[in-house]
Design a protein around this ligand. Structure first.
Ligand code: NAD
Length: 535
């Protein structure tokens, strides 16, 4: 009924669901251009609908730059319809029992596992990362959904008998309609950082995936519907800044989860807060890996290579700065280069691919400019991945692993987030100097130390300021029984994504104080006008 009303209001055609089987999902890069591929749909009130957009974003396969789909800039009517749908659904969804919601999440988890490869294929095609890495992208989101199934023990309130016959009880209640604004680099994981905790706590969701790769979010929507999520609990809209501005200014949207760059995040946090919304914003990063002379060399170098160049460096937890401590570790750079050189850079569907392309030609040009800036600033490019073209993918946005030594704070290549397969190396004399370097950095997403010394590790973990610390672990992102705990310039807002903090972000506390007198039958006849002082 709700959908029929919505269609009547917007005159939107209802279209068939996305294909459900892997056999119909592209598992390779198309080498021939297709000038009119299927357009990306909206997901409104549990149906896929064609957009009436006048503006469209062309989405190209980063490995070939062939057109994959066109993503609409949702119209004002479509955006309003999404919020109408979510607001209407909230009235009933908030009243469903936690056990009903849990059953839907159990089912969704099962369906994501079933369609894991299909989700990963969509990511490889639209985002460019390797198929194996795309499966990891899905897994890290799936784990949030799995953990959210434990909502039955995560939402319990507190209770205290505060006076004779009087008790105060706290409840965690949903906020209402909440929004998620997602980046391009984890097309499944980050929608799944938001959706499970938001809906399990009784909210309804407006999701805006990145306009650069919305395919995985739409598959998740299809699976959520199949799992039994009622109409309107999840709506997906598309677009760029106008969609974000709509979300920021729409009074019925109570909270925003944002993950992305500093520029967009600061804007969204400021304007969202000014409009009275709760906002959590995870921003950019510059993650350091510190290698001590007593480290297990092979393990440390392999870990750094994987963390620096995996996903073509387009992870917010990528290691982008290697800090070599002392003179001896500087002698390890030739081996680091050899290990980086053997990585296979090619289209993400190729079975032997280690890293794929970066997201766009603009991003490639920006990264190459930052590499050049390092040389201009006096650093040495000891492995230069610029200009690399895999034979099979001459038109893709490829950059091979790049290593730059002699880098210092103050150089652009150190100061800004490069977000590409580029590792800059800073040498410092001591562990104290390494800690000072990391702590002086404006970001605080992640950091790692490689050492065999328990005391060096213990000192490091106590004194380092970054929010996610790895000891012989290169990408220390906690599983969702904890939260994603970046700090300093890598986050705006007080409540982290997922884990207990995520549940708190999507809920507000209500306390109820009740008095049920035991001697009710013997109430005094005159009203008391003093403040209650029962003890
Ligand atoms: P982005 O900021 O360009 O885009 C993120 C979202 O914001 C998109 O949905 C986009 O449509 C929207 N957006 C972009 N510019 C906007 C503007 N001017 N006004 C309003 N909305 C705007 O980020 P991205 O390039 O997609 O993602 C990469 C960035 O995300 C990197 O900086 C990376 O470090 C960061 N990131 C951080 C984390 C984390 O947890 N800290 C995780 C993943 C990615």
């Amino acid at each position: 009924m709700a959908l029929l009303r919505l269609r009547a209001r917007m005159a939107l055609p209802l279209v068939r669901p996305l294909s459900r089987t892997l056999s119909t999902a592209a598992m390779q890069h198309a080498h021939a251009p297709n000038p009119s591929p299927p357009k990306t749909k909206l997901f409104l009130d549990n149906a896929f609908v064609d957009s009436a957009a006048v503006k469209w974003f062309d989405l190209h396969d980063p490995a070939t730059n062939n057109l994959v789909t066109r993503v609409p800039q949702s119209t004002d009517a479509e955006l309003a319809a999404a919020v109408d749908s979510a607001a209407a659904a909230f009235k009933t969804w908030r009243k469903t029992t936690v056990l009903t919601r849990q059953q839907i999440m159990f089912k969704l988890v099962q369906l994501i596992r079933r369609d894991w490869d299909r989700l990963a294929a969509s990511i490889t095609l639209e985002q460019g990362k390797t198929f194996a890495d795309a499966r990891g992208d899905v897994l890290r989101g799936l784990q949030v959904a799995e953990t959210a199934c434990g909502v039955t023990s995560q939402l319990t309130g507190e209770l205290l008998e505060v006076a004779t016959d009087m008790e105060t009880r706290s409840y965690r209640e949903p906020l209402g309609v909440v929004a998620a604004i997602c980046p391009f680099n984890f097309p499944a994981m980050i929608p799944l950082w938001c959706l499970p905790p938001a809906i399990m706590t009784g909210n309804t969701v407006i999701m805006k995936p990145s306009e650069r790769d919305p395919g995985a979010a739409l598959i998740i929507a299809e699976l959520a519907r199949e799992a039994g999520l009622p109409d309107g609990v999840l709506n997906i809209v598309h677009g760029g800044a106008p969609t974000v501005d709509f979300i920021l200014d729409e009074p019925r949207i109570k909270a925003i989860s944002f993950v992305g760059s500093d520029k967009a995040g600061k804007y969204i946090y400021t304007r969202g807060n000014a409009n009275g919304k709760r906002v959590q914003a995870n921003l950019g990063a510059k993650n350091h890996a510190v290698i001590m002379p007593d480290a297990n060399k092979t393990q440390a170098l392999n870990a750094v290579i994987g963390a620096a160049f995996g996903a073509a460096g387009q992870r917010c937890m990528a290691v982008s700065v290697l800090v070599t401590v002392g003179e001896e570790t500087q002698g390890w750079i030739p081996e680091l280069i050899e290990r980086a050189k053997v990585l296979k850079v090619t289209g993400g569907f190729e079975p032997d691919a280690d890293l794929g392309p970066v997201i766009s030609p603009e991003s490639k040009a920006r990264i190459e400019g930052l590499i050049q800036s390092a040389a201009d600033d006096g650093a040495e490019i000891v492995l230069d991945g610029r200009g690399f073209k895999p034979e099979k993918y001459p038109n893709g946005n490829f950059i091979a692993p790049t290593i730059i030594t002699g880098v210092k704070p103050g150089m652009r290549a150190y100061d800004v987030e490069i977000f590409g397969p580029v590792l800059v190396v800073v040498n410092v004399p001591t562990l104290d100097a390494a800690i000072d370097l990391v702590n002086a950095n404006k970001y605080g997403n992640g950091v790692a130390i490689f050492t065999q010394s328990g005391s060096a590790a213990a000192k490091f973990q106590r004194e380092i300021e970054a929010g996610q610390v790895g000891i012989n672990v290169p990408i220390p992102v906690p599983l969702p029984m904890f939260s994603f705990t970046g700090n300093k310039g890598s986050i705006l807002g007080d409540l982290n994504f997922y884990g207990a903090a995520g549940m708190h972000f999507y809920t507000q506390l209500k306390t109820v104080t009740s008095l049920w007198r035991a001697d009710d039958a013997a109430l005094s006849e005159k009203a008391s006008v003093a403040m209650p002082t029962q003890s």
